[in-house]
Design a protein around this ligand. Structure first.
Ligand SMILES: Cc1cc2nc3c(=O)[nH]c(=O)nc-3n(C[C@H](O)[C@H](O)[C@H](O)COP(=O)(O)OP(=O)(O)OC[C@H]3O[C@@H](n4cnc5c(N)ncnc54)[C@H](O)[C@@H]3O)c2cc1C
Length: 292
Protein backbone atom coordinates (compact mmCIF):
# COMPACT_ATOMS: atom_id res chain seq x y z
CA UNK A 1 0.00 0.00 0.00
CA UNK A 2 1.65 3.17 -1.19
CA UNK A 3 -1.09 5.78 -1.24
CA UNK A 4 -4.28 6.92 0.46
CA UNK A 5 -6.14 5.79 -2.67
CA UNK A 6 -4.89 2.22 -2.23
CA UNK A 7 -5.85 2.31 1.45
CA UNK A 8 -9.38 3.46 0.47
CA UNK A 9 -9.51 0.63 -2.04
CA UNK A 10 -8.60 -1.96 0.60
CA UNK A 11 -11.16 -0.45 2.97
CA UNK A 12 -14.00 -0.53 0.40
CA UNK A 13 -13.19 -4.03 -0.85
CA UNK A 14 -13.14 -5.32 2.73
CA UNK A 15 -16.49 -3.70 3.57
CA UNK A 16 -18.11 -4.88 0.33
CA UNK A 17 -17.03 -8.48 0.95
CA UNK A 18 -18.68 -8.37 4.37
CA UNK A 19 -21.87 -6.79 3.07
CA UNK A 20 -22.07 -9.57 0.45
CA UNK A 21 -21.35 -12.16 3.14
CA UNK A 22 -24.07 -10.73 5.36
CA UNK A 23 -26.69 -10.58 2.57
CA UNK A 24 -25.98 -14.00 1.09
CA UNK A 25 -27.43 -16.50 3.52
CA UNK A 26 -26.15 -19.40 1.43
CA UNK A 27 -22.53 -18.33 1.82
CA UNK A 28 -20.93 -20.15 4.66
CA UNK A 29 -17.30 -19.64 3.66
CA UNK A 30 -15.64 -16.87 5.68
CA UNK A 31 -14.13 -13.83 4.00
CA UNK A 32 -10.48 -14.76 3.49
CA UNK A 33 -7.72 -12.21 3.96
CA UNK A 34 -4.11 -13.29 3.57
CA UNK A 35 -1.38 -11.04 4.93
CA UNK A 36 2.16 -11.62 3.71
CA UNK A 37 4.59 -10.72 6.50
CA UNK A 38 4.30 -11.17 10.24
CA UNK A 39 6.07 -7.96 11.23
CA UNK A 40 4.39 -5.16 13.18
CA UNK A 41 2.35 -3.95 10.17
CA UNK A 42 0.91 -7.38 9.30
CA UNK A 43 0.20 -8.30 12.90
CA UNK A 44 -1.49 -4.99 13.77
CA UNK A 45 -3.58 -5.17 10.60
CA UNK A 46 -4.78 -8.71 11.40
CA UNK A 47 -6.08 -7.61 14.82
CA UNK A 48 -7.68 -4.45 13.38
CA UNK A 49 -9.61 -6.53 10.83
CA UNK A 50 -11.22 -8.58 13.61
CA UNK A 51 -12.02 -5.38 15.52
CA UNK A 52 -13.68 -4.08 12.31
CA UNK A 53 -15.89 -7.19 12.15
CA UNK A 54 -17.06 -6.47 15.72
CA UNK A 55 -17.86 -2.88 14.76
CA UNK A 56 -19.72 -3.90 11.58
CA UNK A 57 -22.05 -5.96 13.71
CA UNK A 58 -22.79 -2.88 15.82
CA UNK A 59 -23.76 -1.10 12.57
CA UNK A 60 -26.42 -3.69 11.81
CA UNK A 61 -24.48 -5.88 9.37
CA UNK A 62 -26.01 -9.16 10.47
CA UNK A 63 -24.74 -12.71 10.91
CA UNK A 64 -21.20 -11.55 11.55
CA UNK A 65 -18.86 -12.94 14.15
CA UNK A 66 -15.15 -13.63 14.25
CA UNK A 67 -15.77 -16.86 12.30
CA UNK A 68 -16.97 -14.77 9.34
CA UNK A 69 -13.38 -13.69 8.79
CA UNK A 70 -10.38 -15.90 8.15
CA UNK A 71 -7.07 -14.09 8.34
CA UNK A 72 -3.89 -15.97 7.45
CA UNK A 73 -0.45 -14.54 8.14
CA UNK A 74 2.38 -16.00 6.06
CA UNK A 75 5.81 -15.35 7.56
CA UNK A 76 9.13 -16.43 6.02
CA UNK A 77 11.12 -16.57 9.27
CA UNK A 78 10.53 -18.90 12.19
CA UNK A 79 8.30 -16.55 14.18
CA UNK A 80 6.20 -13.41 13.92
CA UNK A 81 7.49 -10.07 15.27
CA UNK A 82 11.20 -10.90 14.97
CA UNK A 83 12.12 -7.46 16.38
CA UNK A 84 10.46 -8.24 19.73
CA UNK A 85 11.68 -10.65 22.42
CA UNK A 86 10.31 -14.17 21.89
CA UNK A 87 8.05 -14.12 24.99
CA UNK A 88 6.20 -11.05 23.71
CA UNK A 89 5.92 -12.43 20.19
CA UNK A 90 4.35 -15.56 21.69
CA UNK A 91 1.89 -13.45 23.67
CA UNK A 92 0.91 -11.61 20.47
CA UNK A 93 0.62 -14.90 18.60
CA UNK A 94 -1.71 -16.43 21.18
CA UNK A 95 -3.92 -13.28 21.15
CA UNK A 96 -4.15 -13.47 17.36
CA UNK A 97 -4.86 -17.20 17.38
CA UNK A 98 -7.66 -16.69 19.92
CA UNK A 99 -9.20 -14.23 17.45
CA UNK A 100 -8.99 -16.88 14.72
CA UNK A 101 -5.84 -15.86 12.85
CA UNK A 102 -3.88 -18.74 11.30
CA UNK A 103 -0.15 -18.11 11.41
CA UNK A 104 2.15 -20.01 9.10
CA UNK A 105 5.85 -19.48 9.76
CA UNK A 106 8.89 -20.68 7.78
CA UNK A 107 6.82 -20.27 4.60
CA UNK A 108 7.87 -18.10 1.69
CA UNK A 109 5.53 -16.56 -0.86
CA UNK A 110 6.94 -17.21 -4.33
CA UNK A 111 4.26 -15.56 -6.45
CA UNK A 112 1.08 -13.54 -6.15
CA UNK A 113 -1.79 -12.33 -8.32
CA UNK A 114 -5.14 -10.68 -7.51
CA UNK A 115 -6.64 -13.62 -5.59
CA UNK A 116 -3.98 -16.31 -5.41
CA UNK A 117 -0.69 -16.87 -3.66
CA UNK A 118 2.01 -19.40 -4.41
CA UNK A 119 3.48 -20.46 -1.09
CA UNK A 120 6.43 -22.77 -1.59
CA UNK A 121 4.75 -25.42 -3.81
CA UNK A 122 1.21 -24.80 -2.63
CA UNK A 123 -1.35 -22.45 -4.21
CA UNK A 124 -3.92 -20.79 -1.94
CA UNK A 125 -6.75 -18.41 -2.77
CA UNK A 126 -7.93 -15.38 -0.82
CA UNK A 127 -10.54 -12.63 -1.23
CA UNK A 128 -7.96 -10.03 -0.29
CA UNK A 129 -4.18 -10.19 -0.20
CA UNK A 130 -2.13 -7.60 1.69
CA UNK A 131 1.60 -7.37 1.19
CA UNK A 132 3.18 -6.35 4.50
CA UNK A 133 6.60 -7.89 3.97
CA UNK A 134 8.71 -4.77 4.04
CA UNK A 135 9.40 -1.84 1.80
CA UNK A 136 11.73 -1.03 -1.04
CA UNK A 137 13.04 2.44 -1.75
CA UNK A 138 11.86 3.96 -5.07
CA UNK A 139 13.50 2.62 -8.22
CA UNK A 140 14.76 6.03 -9.38
CA UNK A 141 17.26 6.07 -6.50
CA UNK A 142 19.06 3.13 -8.11
CA UNK A 143 19.20 5.09 -11.38
CA UNK A 144 21.01 8.03 -9.78
CA UNK A 145 24.77 7.92 -9.95
CA UNK A 146 25.01 6.99 -6.26
CA UNK A 147 25.88 3.70 -4.52
CA UNK A 148 22.70 1.77 -3.62
CA UNK A 149 21.87 -1.62 -2.11
CA UNK A 150 19.48 -4.44 -3.18
CA UNK A 151 16.42 -2.46 -2.08
CA UNK A 152 17.52 0.81 -3.68
CA UNK A 153 18.66 2.45 -0.44
CA UNK A 154 21.56 4.88 -0.76
CA UNK A 155 24.74 3.79 1.03
CA UNK A 156 25.95 6.34 3.56
CA UNK A 157 29.01 6.70 5.78
CA UNK A 158 28.75 6.92 9.57
CA UNK A 159 28.48 10.71 9.29
CA UNK A 160 25.48 10.23 6.91
CA UNK A 161 27.27 11.56 3.83
CA UNK A 162 26.65 9.42 0.76
CA UNK A 163 29.62 7.11 0.08
CA UNK A 164 31.86 8.87 -2.45
CA UNK A 165 29.80 12.11 -2.41
CA UNK A 166 30.66 14.31 0.57
CA UNK A 167 28.28 17.06 -0.60
CA UNK A 168 25.22 14.78 -0.44
CA UNK A 169 23.54 13.40 2.68
CA UNK A 170 20.89 10.65 2.82
CA UNK A 171 18.75 9.94 5.89
CA UNK A 172 15.65 7.98 6.88
CA UNK A 173 14.17 5.06 4.95
CA UNK A 174 16.19 5.80 1.81
CA UNK A 175 19.57 5.52 3.62
CA UNK A 176 21.56 2.32 4.16
CA UNK A 177 24.00 2.27 7.05
CA UNK A 178 25.42 -0.82 8.73
CA UNK A 179 25.78 -0.61 12.50
CA UNK A 180 28.68 -2.10 14.49
CA UNK A 181 26.61 -5.29 14.98
CA UNK A 182 26.39 -5.65 11.17
CA UNK A 183 22.63 -5.00 11.21
CA UNK A 184 21.41 -2.08 9.11
CA UNK A 185 19.86 0.92 10.88
CA UNK A 186 16.14 0.01 10.73
CA UNK A 187 13.74 1.88 8.45
CA UNK A 188 11.71 3.32 11.31
CA UNK A 189 10.53 6.76 12.31
CA UNK A 190 12.72 6.79 15.42
CA UNK A 191 15.84 6.12 13.31
CA UNK A 192 14.82 8.78 10.73
CA UNK A 193 14.24 11.29 13.53
CA UNK A 194 17.66 10.63 15.09
CA UNK A 195 19.39 10.79 11.71
CA UNK A 196 17.73 14.14 10.93
CA UNK A 197 19.27 15.70 14.05
CA UNK A 198 22.82 14.47 13.28
CA UNK A 199 22.44 15.40 9.60
CA UNK A 200 21.37 18.99 10.42
CA UNK A 201 24.33 19.40 12.80
CA UNK A 202 26.74 17.91 10.25
CA UNK A 203 25.59 20.17 7.42
CA UNK A 204 26.19 23.19 9.65
CA UNK A 205 29.58 21.79 10.73
CA UNK A 206 30.59 21.09 7.11
CA UNK A 207 29.74 24.66 6.07
CA UNK A 208 31.84 26.00 8.95
CA UNK A 209 34.70 23.62 8.10
CA UNK A 210 34.36 21.80 11.43
CA UNK A 211 34.60 18.07 12.19
CA UNK A 212 31.49 15.98 11.49
CA UNK A 213 29.80 13.72 14.06
CA UNK A 214 29.15 10.04 13.49
CA UNK A 215 25.59 8.76 13.76
CA UNK A 216 24.85 6.02 16.31
CA UNK A 217 21.37 4.57 16.37
CA UNK A 218 19.76 4.43 19.83
CA UNK A 219 16.92 1.90 19.89
CA UNK A 220 14.27 3.13 22.33
CA UNK A 221 12.12 0.04 21.86
CA UNK A 222 9.16 -1.24 19.89
CA UNK A 223 5.45 -1.25 20.62
CA UNK A 224 2.83 -3.28 18.80
CA UNK A 225 -0.90 -2.72 19.40
CA UNK A 226 -3.31 -5.51 18.48
CA UNK A 227 -6.26 -3.14 18.25
CA UNK A 228 -8.06 -3.05 21.65
CA UNK A 229 -7.37 -6.77 22.23
CA UNK A 230 -3.76 -6.54 23.42
CA UNK A 231 -0.56 -4.49 23.20
CA UNK A 232 3.00 -5.72 23.67
CA UNK A 233 6.41 -4.14 23.46
CA UNK A 234 9.82 -3.49 24.89
CA UNK A 235 11.07 -0.13 26.08
CA UNK A 236 14.79 0.44 26.38
CA UNK A 237 15.76 2.59 29.31
CA UNK A 238 18.97 4.46 28.44
CA UNK A 239 19.42 5.71 32.01
CA UNK A 240 19.09 2.38 33.82
CA UNK A 241 20.33 0.35 30.81
CA UNK A 242 17.30 -1.87 31.19
CA UNK A 243 14.96 -3.46 28.70
CA UNK A 244 11.39 -3.27 30.04
CA UNK A 245 8.98 -5.79 28.60
CA UNK A 246 5.47 -4.38 28.68
CA UNK A 247 2.07 -5.74 27.76
CA UNK A 248 -1.63 -5.03 28.24
CA UNK A 249 -2.73 -1.64 29.58
CA UNK A 250 0.83 -0.41 30.27
CA UNK A 251 1.91 -1.17 26.70
CA UNK A 252 -1.25 0.44 25.38
CA UNK A 253 -0.61 3.58 27.41
CA UNK A 254 2.99 3.70 26.17
CA UNK A 255 1.69 3.29 22.58
CA UNK A 256 -0.72 6.20 22.95
CA UNK A 257 1.84 8.44 24.67
CA UNK A 258 4.35 7.72 21.89
CA UNK A 259 1.77 8.79 19.33
CA UNK A 260 1.17 12.02 21.25
CA UNK A 261 4.92 12.67 21.49
CA UNK A 262 5.07 12.24 17.73
CA UNK A 263 2.30 14.84 17.35
CA UNK A 264 4.13 17.21 19.74
CA UNK A 265 7.30 16.88 17.64
CA UNK A 266 5.35 17.84 14.51
CA UNK A 267 2.73 20.31 15.75
CA UNK A 268 4.04 21.54 19.13
CA UNK A 269 2.32 21.37 22.55
CA UNK A 270 -0.54 23.81 21.83
CA UNK A 271 -1.85 22.15 18.69
CA UNK A 272 -1.41 18.67 20.21
CA UNK A 273 -3.57 19.68 23.18
CA UNK A 274 -6.27 20.80 20.73
CA UNK A 275 -5.90 17.54 18.82
CA UNK A 276 -6.38 15.55 22.06
CA UNK A 277 -9.56 17.54 22.80
CA UNK A 278 -10.82 17.06 19.24
CA UNK A 279 -10.12 13.31 19.46
CA UNK A 280 -12.01 13.06 22.76
CA UNK A 281 -15.00 14.85 21.23
CA UNK A 282 -14.85 12.75 18.08
CA UNK A 283 -14.84 9.61 20.18
CA UNK A 284 -18.25 10.64 21.49
CA UNK A 285 -19.86 11.85 18.27
CA UNK A 286 -18.07 10.26 15.31
CA UNK A 287 -18.84 6.74 14.03
CA UNK A 288 -16.12 4.20 14.88
CA UNK A 289 -16.15 2.88 11.35
CA UNK A 290 -16.28 4.66 8.01
CA UNK A 291 -18.95 2.90 5.97
CA UNK A 292 -18.54 4.84 2.71
C1 LIG B 1 2.29 0.95 7.69
C2 LIG B 1 3.54 1.51 8.35
C3 LIG B 1 3.61 1.57 9.73
C4 LIG B 1 4.75 2.09 10.34
N1 LIG B 1 4.81 2.15 11.70
C5 LIG B 1 5.89 2.62 12.31
C6 LIG B 1 5.97 2.69 13.71
O1 LIG B 1 5.03 2.32 14.41
N2 LIG B 1 7.10 3.19 14.27
C7 LIG B 1 8.15 3.62 13.52
O2 LIG B 1 9.16 4.07 14.08
N3 LIG B 1 8.12 3.57 12.18
C8 LIG B 1 7.02 3.08 11.55
N4 LIG B 1 6.98 3.03 10.19
C9 LIG B 1 8.13 3.48 9.41
C10 LIG B 1 8.14 5.00 9.32
O3 LIG B 1 6.92 5.46 8.77
C11 LIG B 1 9.29 5.42 8.41
O4 LIG B 1 10.47 4.81 8.85
C12 LIG B 1 9.48 6.92 8.43
O5 LIG B 1 8.32 7.57 7.96
C13 LIG B 1 10.68 7.28 7.55
O6 LIG B 1 10.74 8.66 7.39
P1 LIG B 1 11.33 9.26 6.04
O7 LIG B 1 11.27 10.74 6.23
O8 LIG B 1 12.64 8.62 5.73
O9 LIG B 1 10.34 8.79 4.88
P2 LIG B 1 8.81 9.15 4.67
O10 LIG B 1 8.12 9.39 5.95
O11 LIG B 1 8.30 8.07 3.76
O12 LIG B 1 8.85 10.53 3.91
C14 LIG B 1 9.35 10.62 2.58
C15 LIG B 1 8.59 11.75 1.90
O13 LIG B 1 9.23 12.02 0.65
C16 LIG B 1 8.24 12.15 -0.36
N5 LIG B 1 8.87 11.79 -1.64
C17 LIG B 1 9.17 10.56 -2.10
N6 LIG B 1 9.73 10.63 -3.32
C18 LIG B 1 9.82 11.95 -3.63
C19 LIG B 1 10.30 12.66 -4.76
N7 LIG B 1 10.82 12.06 -5.80
N8 LIG B 1 10.22 14.01 -4.73
C20 LIG B 1 9.69 14.64 -3.65
N9 LIG B 1 9.20 14.02 -2.58
C21 LIG B 1 9.26 12.69 -2.56
C22 LIG B 1 7.16 11.17 0.05
O14 LIG B 1 5.93 11.51 -0.54
C23 LIG B 1 7.14 11.36 1.57
O15 LIG B 1 6.30 12.39 1.98
C24 LIG B 1 5.83 2.52 9.54
C25 LIG B 1 5.76 2.47 8.16
C26 LIG B 1 4.61 1.96 7.55
C27 LIG B 1 4.56 1.90 6.05
Amino acid sequence: MDSALEAEDLHMTFLNRFLQFSENITQHEPVKVTIVGGGATGVELAAELYATVDRLEQYGVHRLHHNSLQVDIIEATERILPVLPEALAKKAQSTLEELGVRIQTNRTVKGVNANKLMIDDQEISADLIVWAAGVKAPKFLADLDLPTNRINQIEVKNNLQVVGHDQIYAIGDCAFLLQDNDCPVPATAQAAHQMAKVCADNIAAQIRGKELNNFTYADHGTLVALSHFQAVGNLLDELLKRNWLVEGKVAHLAYVSLYRRHQIAIHGYGKTLWLILVNLLEKKVKPKLKLY
